[in-house]
Design a protein around this ligand. Structure first.
Ligand SMILES: [Zn+2]
Length: 269
């Protein structure tokens, strides 16, 4: 599943390919991908120009002339830029540009959804409105107080996008390892110092992953031909039975809130 660094990578690469393109028409071979009446969507988006591509959490926001098109890639969503190639089975929405090129939304699992809102209503989109700030924008005092009032495993809390946005399974495991905190530790028992450390490491892990184009694991590829390299720097995630990079103790895999979780049993007590 693409996480924040992968979505940011898509954003950075895609914007250079589509900025200033005019949408001439849209086809949707799998209409449920579009969360509106298809004819309304097609009429409304027609002739609008792609001015910019923003991101909030894992939502991509195509800024058009009057509207913003919001997409969450969910499990397997990805984009391809093509010309006259035949439409493939999993290409569920095709945005034809006036230039003759087209942007295709490809999604094997069909979980992604495309929504069009007026530009000034982006923050009212229910998914986006519920998002907490990303680690680098968190108010640590406020975050610490919210954690204090919860009695959940710290991993579960870090995955909760209403508490902190942008951390998925891979990046939570890495953050907690670097902060030396066990994923099952109750949030109410964390000290202020530990919360500060955790936020610092989360910020660093995400920034480094963005720098490396995200992580390509389990064959997720942001755009055709793009491979992230962050998987080469993973300390614990996917490293079961391999030595901890700090103390050489074999990494173990446990379940936390139903999610596969990698831990150094010595560094994260
Ligand atoms: Zn260790």
């Amino acid at each position: 599943m693409p996480e924040l660094p992968e979505v940011e990578t898509v954003r950075r690469q895609l914007i250079n390919l589509i900025r200033d393109e005019t949408i001439a028409r849209v086809e949707a071979p799998f209409p449920p991908i579009i969360t509106h009446d298809l004819h309304w969507f097609q009429d409304t988006i027609k002739d609008q120009v792609i001015r910019d591509l923003d991101r909030k959490g894992k939502f991509l926001i195509f800024m058009l002339d009057r509207h913003a098109m919001i997409i969450h890639l969910r499990m397997e969503g990805r984009f391809h830029i093509k010309k006259d190639e035949p439409v493939l089975k999993h290409e569920h929405a095709i945005f034809h540009f006036a230039s003759g090129r087209n942007l295709r939304y490809h999604d094997v699992r069909k979980f992604g959804r495309i929504t069009l809102v007026e530009k000034d209503r982006v923050m009212h989109h229910p998914g986006i409105a519920a998002l907490a700030p990303e680690p680098k924008h968190l108010d640590v005092n406020h975050f610490y107080r919210r954690l204090k009032h919860k009695r959940v495993a710290v991993k579960t809390a870090l995955l909760d996008q209403r508490l902190v946005a942008g951390l998925g399974n891979i990046y939570v495991d890495e953050t907690l390892f670097h902060a030396g905190i066990h994923p099952k530790r109750l949030t109410s028992s964390l000290t202020k110092k530990q919360v500060v450390r955790m936020v610092e490491h989360a910020t660093h892990v995400l920034a480094r992953a963005v720098e490396l184009g995200g992580a390509t694991i389990r064959s997720y590829q942001a755009i055709t031909g793009v491979h992230g390299r962050f998987q080469n720097e993973l300390a614990v995630h996917t490293k079961k039975d391999e030595p901890c990079p700090i103390c050489q103790t074999p990494i173990i895999k446990i379940k936390v809130g139903g999610r596969g979780t990698y831990v150094c049993p010595k560094c994260q007590q």
